[in-house]
Design a protein around this ligand. Structure first.
Ligand SMILES: Cc1cc2nc3c(=O)[nH]c(=O)nc-3n(C[C@H](O)[C@H](O)[C@H](O)COP(=O)(O)OP(=O)(O)OC[C@H]3O[C@@H](n4cnc5c(N)ncnc54)[C@H](O)[C@@H]3O)c2cc1C
Ligand code: FES
Length: 259
């Protein structure tokens, strides 16, 4: 495990902060790390920035993420990884669809793909204040589209509905998505309808992160080792998709919407 000092903390919204630390390891867009929060827990986080400086973007939802939010610049965290596979970018015109904190895992692939491809990025959130990385998407050179559930910014409605409108107008080769599973299910269905291949980034409770403990079991797949990035068709038909996850005791429990 690497021990790293938190170099910079950026407050992104009332419940989300980004934490930056020196890397010293290589990673590919879509991969995740296990973050050790001393005395509390070790949790999986997608890398939202990849390079000499690495970053994670953390939505505070429970014990470990709340503790991380209480950290200051200069405090130390442990890092294992990077783990998992990465996005497989195909074609020349991409549609990236992010729900909530999902943009965190997608941002590095946007910044790589936009170098030699036409990339549209649709970001959705409940409200304007919760839209993450809009400026960073614009700075990358990708085309930014926004959606909010309450209509406070951009398209009024779900980002998957905005994606449906974009698909009717554009000729996309591939869609990449990360966010609530209900949203990703809709995106896969849109991909089927418009004959566009979709890759999804999945989340489940994780303990080892390397395919050994079975905590992230998902209908015969291990999210940590077989994913977290899957072809939409690989997960769509699975009984647990958008329905169940395993809790820390390994019990199959209903998935909480929007997490
Ligand atoms: C590969 C991967 C990448 C991730 N990337 C990010 C990221 O970039 N940013 C980010 O903010 N989070 C990310 N997560 C989710 C993050 O790991 C969890 O939010 C975190 O572990 C919760 O820890 P906690 O102790 O704060 O919450 P807990 O106290 O453990 O849980 C709080 C509540 O959330 C529920 N919960 C926790 N995890 C999940 C889950 N995976 N699915 C459904 N319900 C859940 C619990 O049941 C509980 O009700 C990622 C997860 C995975 C597997
Ligand atoms: S977290 Fe242990 S097998 Fe995936």
């Amino acid at each position: 495990m690497l021990i790293r000092k938190i170099e910079k903390i950026v407050t992104e919204s009332h419940h989300t902060k980004s934490f930056y630390f020196k890397g010293g390891f290589d990673a590919n867009p879509g991969q995740f790390v296990m973050i050790w929060i001393p005395g509390v827990d070790e949790i999986p986080m997608g890398l939202s920035t990849i390079g000499e400086t690495m970053g994670i973007t953390v939505h505070s939802v429970g014990v470990a993420t709340e503790k991380l939010h209480s950290f200051n610049e200069g405090d130390k965290i442990g890092i294992r990884g990077p783990y998992g596979n990465s996005f497989d970018i195909q074609g020349s015109k991409l549609l990236v669809i992010a729900g909530g904190t999902g943009i965190a895992s997608l941002m590095p692939v946007v910044e790589v793909a936009v170098k030699d491809r036409d990339v549209d990025v649709a970001i959705g959130a409940l409200t304007k204040e919760e839209l993450l990385f809009a400026r960073r998407v614009e700075d990358s050179g990708a085309n930014l589209k926004l959606a909010t559930d309450d209509g406070s910014e951009g398209f009024h409605g779900f980002v998957s509905d905005l994606a449906g409108d974009l698909l009717s107008e554009g000729d996309y080769d591939q869609m990449l998505t990360c966010g609530p599973e209900a949203m990703m299910k809709k995106v896969i269905e849109l991909g089927r309808e418009h004959n566009v291949r979709t890759q999804v980034s999945m989340e489940r409770f994780m303990r080892c992160g390397i395919g050994v403990c079975g905590s992230c079991a998902f209908d015969g797949l291990r999210i940590c080792a077989d994913g977290p990035v899957f072809d939409g068709e690989e997960v769509y038909g699975k009984g647990d998709f958008n329905k169940h996850r395993r809790d820390p005791a390994g019990k199959r429990t209903p998935l909480i919407p929007n997490l």
